[in-house]
Design a binder for this molecule. Structure first.
Ligand SMILES: Cc1cc2nc3c(=O)[nH]c(=O)nc-3n(C[C@H](O)[C@H](O)[C@H](O)COP(=O)(O)OP(=O)(O)OC[C@H]3O[C@@H](n4cnc5c(N)ncnc54)[C@H](O)[C@@H]3O)c2cc1C
Length: 365
């Protein structure tokens, strides 16, 4: 058996590569693996992906690996199936769970709204012999650092710069990465015995919401909505989205709601659930100092374990910013004795300063 690993971003435009592929495809004993087809976003999470594939199969899904969707089948303005090479598969609904570079989103020209530009440029790598006790993050002027334990005894370190400085960062990744780590002196001693076990990977992503449904199609996860990874919400959001979408489809197929109503309800629920954190994340991802009101809040929380836990829970996605930044909760935090004498009323300032997004302004479809 000969395994041919093929990588070309636009094979359709390359006559030489087309000829090569045509020559080998179908030959006995030759298997072609096209990396751009298999990993269009070049995001490969081997451990989690394997768990999810197994869970899907156990739950009764028919899993086909190494299966690239090359196009959609559209009839009378509605999506009725997908194409895979010469094969056509028909379905009542095609769900694009195909990530940021979603082929389905492009094919149906899904409308975008509430977009954000790329805000920070992060490089990360994995280190052995660098024990950490849970997640650690450090904020320095225009810089952000994150450490977290991962599988196989490895620790991931992420060091981010503002997107405006991406070119300077990329000019010498290793030196700039290490210089960023040196901004936290307590890290230096721990790095002494550590070893980098993987190449540096880096990038920046923009934020967007896409209308996630139309005639015969739906978009879930990153295909329908994406936020900067600095607060690590994406996987949780994608799971919630899949669940809400499944509920909407069930409501439609069971006859409980017409298709448009069920899907529009899902879009509204998704947007209401993620929009507050989307705004908080986007603010953090600028790597600019927090607004004065947020700094006052940080100062007020200092030493108040319950408040600090609550704030950390917002960043982890376990508590909604809407609940944490509610007048009642902020009132409790600022009412603690640590509040400096003479502070003007806290809640007005916190809520009128852009700490929270205007929830009413979530656009529709
Ligand atoms: C640098 C970085 C760091 C991140 N860190 C975190 C983190 O720490 N925690 C967190 O929760 N989130 C993180 N995220 C976000 C997270 O990776 C995504 O939100 C999450 O993976 C979205 O899941 P998904 O299934 O929607 O899309 P993806 O994980 O992108 O999966 C899409 C799948 O579709 C497949 N596919 C694409 N096109 C086709 C096609 N035409 N035919 C067949 N298959 C196709 C792809 O191969 C891929 O397997 C990070 C993102 C980035 C960029």
């Amino acid at each position: 058996m000969l395994l041919l690993v093929f990588a070309h971003p636009y094979p359709d435009r390359s006559r030489a590569n087309q000829a090569l592929l045509e020559a080998v495809r179908g030959l006995a004993g030759v298997e072609v693996r096209s990396l751009y087809d298999l990993y269009p976003g070049f995001d490969i999470d081997a451990v989690l992906d394997a768990i999810l594939v197994e869970a899907a199969a156990t739950a009764g899904a028919e899993v086909r690996e190494n299966f690239n969707v090359n196009g959609l089948v559209v009839e009378n303005g509605a999506v009725v199936g997908i194409r895979h090479g010469d094969t056509v598969e028909r379905a009542r609904i095609v769900i694009g769970a195909d990530g940021r570079t979603s082929h389905v989103a492009r094919a149906v020209e899904a409308q975008e709204y509430n977009t954000k530009p790329r805000l920070q440029y992060g490089f990360y790598s994995y280190f052995s012999n660098l024990p950490v006790d849970g997640m650690e993050t450090y904020i320095r002027p225009n810089r952000w650092l994150g450490f977290a334990p991962t599988n196989d005894g490895l620790t991931i370190i992420v060091a981010s710069w503002p997107y405006a400085e991406a070119q300077a960062y990329k000019a010498n990744v290793e030196a700039n990465f290490l210089a960023t780590l040196r901004l936290v002196p307590s890290i230096a001693s721990r790095l002494e015995g550590a070893r980098r076990e993987a190449p540096f990977l880096g990038g920046a992503v923009r934020g967007y919401f896409r209308k996630p449904f139309g005639p015969g199609w739906a978009l879930i996860g990153d295909a329908g909505y994406n936020t900067d990874p600095i607060t690590a919400q994406g996987i949780t959001d994608a799971f919630h989205d899949a669940e809400r979408c499944a509920d909407a489809i069930e409501a439609w197929l069971s006859g409980a709601k017409p298709n448009d109503e069920a899907m529009a309800d899902w879009q509204q629920e998704r947007d209401a659930a993620v929009m507050p954190m989307y705004e908080v994340t986007s603010q953090i991802a600028t790597l600019e100092p927090p607004p004065p009101e947020m700094r006052e809040l940080h100062a007020a929380m200092h030493g108040n374990q319950e408040a600090m836990d609550g704030f950390a829970s917002v960043i982890s996605g376990a508590v909604s910013p809407v609940d944490f930044f509610s007048e009642e909760n902020l009132g409790r935090i600022f009412a603690e004795p640590r509040q400096p004498v003479g502070q003007p009323p806290l809640v007005e300032r916190a809520t009128s300063s852009g700490l929270l997004p205007e929830l009413e302004s979530i656009p529709g479809t």
